[in-house]
Design a protein around this ligand. Structure first.
Ligand SMILES: NC(=O)c1ccc[n+]([C@@H]2O[C@H](COP(=O)([O-])OP(=O)(O)OC[C@H]3O[C@@H](n4cnc5c(N)ncnc54)[C@H](OP(=O)(O)O)[C@@H]3O)[C@@H](O)[C@H]2O)c1
Length: 272
């Protein structure tokens, strides 16, 4: 939507987080609203005072909010209801304003699981999740629900242990990786992310006969993904999860099917 088409009935959606300057959410959602000719606009707000931001969302009647670091957990205290998956995960990344009631969802989980299920059946697959931060948490719950045989490995083993105890799965330190032979390897650590693009969590020699999913989406192809491709592995890039989770948000806020190809295209153009 361009400025001249904003009217007094335009619905407002937003992302709240801190920092927020590099978020791609305004780009992806505004492109989708425009393509679908919806009278919506999306803005980004750097939020330090979360409670006040949610009060503001209610007072100004925002239709939807995307929630990012560091607010995904604390925001749950200020909502009217939280759907079951988000409650189990213990984090909300999406708020829908349904006639004044603020409902919390987690589209990171479904976004990642959808990306995986397009390529592979998850049940009983030996799956290693690298990392035990916020994104790992969402994905781990989704994997467990799908019946994957899950092991969580993290630099700080205590965090892997805590998450694994909630999920009821195996855990360990990153050094265990090379003694395991997974069907699926998922990187949820920030290793390899812009600007430290030479970093990778896994030695190239280890990447054999497995599906490799790196949720880092900037750069579009991380070193891990490039090396997995060179070794003939199937791969999924983080962009797929990013687009899926944004598409699910779009669908919650508008009730319309999201234009996923367009959403993917605008992010690829931006990051290429
Ligand atoms: N594609 C998508 O839609 C999507 C969605 C969400 C996040 N992401 C990306 O996923 C990444 C993680 O996000 P998050 O929200 O989960 O972050 P987070 O909560 O801060 O977790 C970061 C994780 O990375 C690990 N880590 C960081 N630096 C490391 C290093 N030098 N060596 C080994 N491990 C290291 C941390 O280990 P410790 O516990 O030991 O600190 C932790 O497990 C980010 O790059 C983010 O952009 C992508």
């Amino acid at each position: 939507m361009n400025n001249s088409t904003i009217t007094a009935t335009t619905k407002l959606c937003a992302i709240i987080g801190n920092p927020i300057e590099h978020s791609l959410s305004p780009l992806i959602h505004n492109a989708a609203f425009e393509q679908m000719k919806l009278n919506y606009v999306f803005l980004a707000f750097k939020v330090e005072q979360l409670k006040e931001a949610v009060v503001g969302m209610r007072a100004l009647n925002l239709k939807g909010v995307s929630v990012t670091i560091p607010h995904k957990i604390d925001v749950m205290d200020y909502l009217d209801d939280i759907e079951e998956v988000a409650r189990k995960i213990g984090a909300v990344n999406t708020i829908l304003n349904q006639e004044g009631r603020l409902l919390g969802y987690n589209t990171d989980c479904s976004g990642a699981i959808l990306a995986l299920e397009e390529k592979i059946e998850l049940k009983d697959k030996k799956t290693i999740l690298l990392g035990a931060g916020g994104a790992a948490r969402a994905i781990a719950f989704g994997l467990k629900e799908k019946g994957a045989d899950l092991t969580i490995l993290n630099r700080t083993v205590k965090k892997a242990e805590m998450l694994a105890s909630e999920i009821n799965c195996q855990y360990g330190g990153l050094e265990l990786l090379e003694s395991l032979q997974p069907d699926i390897l998922i990187n949820t650590t920030s290793l390899g992310m812009y600007p430290k693009m030479d970093d990778t969590p896994v030695k190239k020699e280890f990447l054999k006969d497995m599906l490799v999913f790196d949720i880092v989406y900037n750069p579009l192809k991380t070193r891990l993904i490039k090396e997995a491709e060179q070794n003939g592995c199937m791969t999924i890039i983080g962009l797929e999860m990013f687009v899926n989770q944004a598409a699910l948000q779009f669908e919650l806020w508008t009730g319309k099917k999201a234009p996923k190809d367009l959403m993917r295209k605008v992010v690829v153009e931006k990051l290429s």
